[in-house]
Design a protein around this ligand. Structure first.
Ligand code: FES
Ligand SMILES: [Fe+2]
Length: 446
């Protein structure tokens, strides 16, 4: 197993290093560390570490048809809204007057009003109006003493991001694909009933691709084979924004982009494969919001293409009739693994092998960063320099096709892109209107 820590500056250089260190598998986590890494509430070490990062919590386009949405994030119940001036706010789920549910409030030109007695709050949590108190005791200044819990929100890439940590907040990362042109983007959610950490450990587990996605899919189709080429070599390497993992499978050489460039376990809670991100956003200790941002480059003859609205949809996790987890699509297969590990896995029962070196690396980095924030330092992948954040480059194995485009025929022949033309392969339940919008963008026949 190859491990190497590196600090990569722009432009990134991701070639495998010669000075790699060979390691053996490490023992499992003890119960205290397991609890530490899986607890996300405010005041817990990992919860406070995760609060140092912006989390995607919704899609901009969800607010084309609604103005208020309840959100649960890292164990905190909140209300996300877009007021009549178009400003987003994220405030406590409960009103500081007598605890009414703010997600049933109504928006005003500025801010969100509680529907019980009409108190009005702005995005910073200030109380702007107390309709009766303002008349009964106009000079008392009661409302100046009232604040509702409020967190900053921003929009980037068609997503709405929330920051629950201490000020000054870092920047919302402007990942390179958010700047790409000529693509059809869709945002996909799923509510996954398990802790976030096992979901994120999957982001640095290349071996499961062979078994969970390739070979299991063969068997799900009632076929006995052929099975997919076996993994022969894996490598994991830390860089500024996560861990790069590389693979060599039967029939591949070290010139293959999957070895030379690899894929990314993106810090602190995402997978990045080149054409899509998957964030594992902790709802609480026992639930995770899966958020996918998926980019499909349109064929060259469809350029220039400008997407007017990024659609968002939520896919089911279980079969409606049997209650069993859906296994037909790539991420649903991942959900089977994550949920199957238990709501919060007992990691004292693990037996980690050499394929799990990336997972060990990730856990160690989290533990070190918990110590770093206790010392008053920024944790890994905190972005504060606007110049750096103009466009953050990441390792992308399929970069040329995604940035320069292909013809429809070339896309159809591509081992990863081709399947997308007939179905959204990552998650079950794509609504018909999203499929139709995709087909129209790609120039596919009706
Ligand atoms: S409970 Fe919200 S205004 Fe009274
Ligand atoms: Fe997977």
């Amino acid at each position: 197993m190859l491990l190497r820590a590196s600090l990569v500056k722009e432009p990134p250089h991701f070639a495998p290093a010669a000075d790699c260190v060979r390691i053996h598998a490490s023992p499992m986590l003890d119960p205290a560390k397991n609890k530490l890494l899986t607890s996300v509430g405010r005041g817990t070490p990992m919860g406070d570490l995760l609060r140092r990062y912006w989390m995607p919590i919704a899609a901009l386009s969800e607010f084309d048809s609604q103005s208020i949405k309840p959100v649960r994030l890292m164990g905190e119940d909140l209300t996300l809204y877009k007021d009549m001036s178009g400003t987003f706010g994220l405030v406590d789920r409960h009103c500081p007057h007598r605890c009414a549910d703010m997600s049933y409030g109504f928006v005003e030109q500025c801010g969100l009003r509680c529907n019980y007695h009409g108190w009005l709050f702005d995005r910073d949590g200030r109380c702007l109006e107390q309709p009766y108190e303002d008349v009964a005791q106009p000079k008392a200044g009661f409302r100046d003493k009232i604040r509702i819990k409020a967190y900053p929100v921003e929009s980037t890439g068609g997503l709405i991001w929330a920051y629950l940590g201490p000020q000054p907040a870092p920047l919302v990362p402007n990942w390179e694909p958010f700047t790409w042109k000529n693509g059809f983007v869709q945002i996909v959610f799923a509510d996954v009933p398990c802790n976030w950490l096992q979901c994120q450990e999957n982001s640095v587990d290349p071996l499961h691709f062979e078994w969970m996605h390739m070979n299991w899919s063969v068997r799900l189709k009632d076929k006995g084979g052929p099975y997919s080429p076996r993994h022969l070599k894996l490598a994991f390497e830390e860089f500024d924004y996560g861990i790069v993992y590389r693979r060599i499978r039967e029939g591949m050489s070290e010139q293959d982009p999957m070895w030379k460039v690899g894929r990314v376990c993106l810090w602190p809670n995402a997978l990045f494969t080149g054409d899509h991100f998957e964030w594992r956003v902790p709802i609480d200790d026992e639930n995770t919001l899966s958020v996918t941002w998926c980019f499909s480059r349109v064929p060259k003859d469809r350029e220039p293409y400008v997407q007017e609205q990024i659609p968002a949809w939520r896919g089911p996790v279980r079969e409606a009739d049997t209650g069993r987890l859906i296994s037909s699509h790539v991420m649903n297969q991942d959900f089977v693994a994550w949920v199957g590990q238990g709501t919060i896995p007992d990691r004292t029962h693990e037996h980690l092998g050499t394929s799990d070196a990336g997972i060990i690396m990730m856990r160690q980095r989290f533990l070190k960063d918990i110590e770093a924030i206790a010392r008053g330092e920024d944790p890994k992948a905190t972005i504060r320099d606007p110049e750096v954040n103009r466009c953050i480059s990441l390792p992308i194995a399929d970069r040329k096709n995604l940035t320069e485009g292909q013809t429809l025929e070339e896309i159809a022949k591509h081992p990863l892109g081709g399947g997308q033309l007939s179905d959204y392969v990552f998650q079950a339940g794509q609504p018909r209107e999203v499929r139709e919008a995709y087909a129209k963008a790609m120039g596919l026949p009706e």
